[in-house]
Write a protein that binds this ligand. Structure first.
Ligand code: UDP
Ligand code: MG
Length: 307
C-alpha cells in the first residue's frame, strides 16, 4: 500500500525543508510506502530549487512545477491527478497543518473511512478578520447550498483512491474542492486539530483571492443567488403595486399630487440598485459559463521531476 502526500507551495522557500523533515519523521517506520509530491504553483522565490535539492537525496520526493501561479485549488488537483497512492493526503506547507496528524488520518482510513477531513479548532478566542470571514463564509455556504461544509475545514484531508478517481472525472474547471467532497458522498469522518502559526513567510491568500474563492465556492454549488435576484424583483414589484394604488387614488380621488419628488427619487434609486444587483448576479453565472465553455485546462505544467 502506498500513500501520497500532496503539498501545494507558492513562495514557501523557508518552509520546504522543515515540512519535509516533519513529514519524514511521521512516515519513517510506517508500514506504508509513500511519495511526497510538491506542487510548485509558479513560485518566484527559491521554492523550486529547494524542492529540487530534496529530490536529489530522496527518491520519495516528486515535483510538479506550474508555468505560472494557477492557485491553490489547481495545485491540489494537479497533485491528485499525478499521484499513485492508495490514499492521498493534502496539507499546506506552511506548517499550519501539523504533519503529525497524518497518523490519525491514516488510522481512520484503515478503519474504513474514504474521506477523513482535518477540522481546525480555534484555541484563542480573539478572532482575527480571517477567522471571522471564514466562519461567516461557511455559514453562508450552508444557507445557499445543500452541501454541508464543516466550519474550520481547510484543504487538510485524506482521501481514498476511489475518491481520487472521481475527482479526476469531474469536468468542472472551477472546482471548489471543499464542497466537492461533501457532494461526492462516501464514508466521511473528521479529525480535529489545533492549528499552528505559519512557520515562515506570509499568507498567499490575499483579500482578492479570498473573495474570488468565496464567490466561486457559492456559485459552483448554488443557484439560490439567481433566485434571490428574481425574488427581490417580485418583492419590489409587489410593494410598488401597493404604492401604485395609493398614488392613483390620491391623483384621481383627492387630486393633490404636487408632492412626490422624494418618493420618485427613492423609487428610481432603489430600483436601479436592485437591477444592478440582479445584473451582477447574472454576470457572475454567465462568467462561469464562459469559463467552463472554453474548456481550458485548470493548469499548465512546466515540468515534472522525480517520477
Ligand atoms: N498556495 C498555492 N497557490 C496560491 C496560494 C496558496 O499553492 O496561489 C499554497 C500555499 O503555499 C500554502 C497553501 O496553499 O501551502 C495555503 O496557503 P496559505 O497558507 O497562504 O493560506 P492561509 O493558510 O493563510 O489561508
Ligand atoms: Mg497557511
Amino acid at each position: 500500500m502506498m500513500l501520497s502526500i500532496i503539498l501545494p507551495a507558492y513562495n514557501e522557500e523557508e518552509n520546504i525543508e522543515v515540512i519535509y523533515e516533519r513529514i519524514k519523521n511521521v512516515l519513517t517506520g510506517s508500514e506504508y510506502k509513500y511519495e511526497i509530491i510538491f506542487v510548485d504553483d509558479g513560485s518566484t522565490d527559491n521554492t523550486e530549487r529547494n524542492i529540487l535539492n530534496l529530490i536529489q537525496t530522496d527518491k520519495a520526493v516528486k515535483l510538479i512545477s506550474f508555468s505560472r501561479n494557477f492557485g491553490h485549488q489547481s495545485a491540489l488537483i494537479a497533485g491528485y491527478s499525478n499521484c499513485n497512492g492508495d490514499a492521498a493526503i493534502t496539507l499546506d506547507c506552511d506548517l499550519e497543518h501539523p504533519p503529525e496528524l497524518i497518523k490519525d488520518l491514516i488510522k481512520k482510513w484503515e478503519s474504513g473511512y474514504d474521506i477523513v477531513n482535518a477540522i481546525r479548532i480555534d484555541a484563542n478566542k480573539n478572532a482575527s478578520f480571517k477567522k471571522y470571514s471564514s466562519r461567516y463564509f461557511y455559514r453562508l455556504f450552508s444557507v445557499f447550498t445543500d452541501v454541508k461544509l464543516e466550519e474550520g475545514s481547510a484543504d487538510f484531508r485524506l482521501i481514498d483512491k476511489k475518491i481520487i478517481d472521481n475527482i479526476k472525472n469531474l469536468g468542472e474547471r472551477e472546482l471548489f474542492l471543499r464542497g466537492i467532497f461533501g457532494w461526492l458522498g462516501f464514508k466521511t469522518t473528521n479529525v480535529q486539530y489545533l492549528p499552528n502559526k505559519r512557520f515562515s513567510g506570509t499568507t498567499k491568500y490575499s483579500m482578492r483571492k479570498m473573495v474570488s474563492f468565496a464567490l466561486t465556492g457559492i456559485t459552483s454549488f448554488s443557484v439560490v443567488p439567481l433566485r434571490m435576484a428574481a425574488l427581490t424583483g417580485f418583492l419590489v414589484a409587489a410593494l410598488t403595486s401597493i404604492y401604485m394604488a395609493y398614488a392613483l387614488a390620491s391623483a384621481l380621488l383627492i387630486g393633490n399630487v404636487l408632492d412626490g419628488w422624494t418618493s420618485l427619487i427613492l423609487a428610481v434609486l432603489f430600483l436601479g440598485g436592485v437591477q444592478l444587483i440582479a445584473i451582477g448576479v447574472l454576470g457572475e453565472y454567465i462568467g462561469k459559463i464562459f469559463i467552463e465553455i472554453k474548456g481550458r485546462p485548470r493548469y499548465v505544467i512546466k515540468s515534472i521531476k522525480g517520477w
